[in-house]
Design a protein around this ligand. Sequence first.
Ligand SMILES: [Zn+2]
Length: 57
Amino acid sequence: MIYLPMPTWPDVPRPVAGCERCRVLRQQRALAIQRGDRSAASDCNVLIRRHHVEVHG
Ligand SMILES: [Zn+2]
């Protein structure tokens, strides 16, 4: 997986190793950022944070 330096995007919790949901959400966010879709990326940020609180918090 490729992580592009993207300082203008808000950081999100690090994906937890072995968690499929973390992996999928990070991938969706990366794809949204790649195509410049701020709306979709923002949605992913919310989903990632919520997931971390509910599952890993
Ligand atoms: Zn997770």
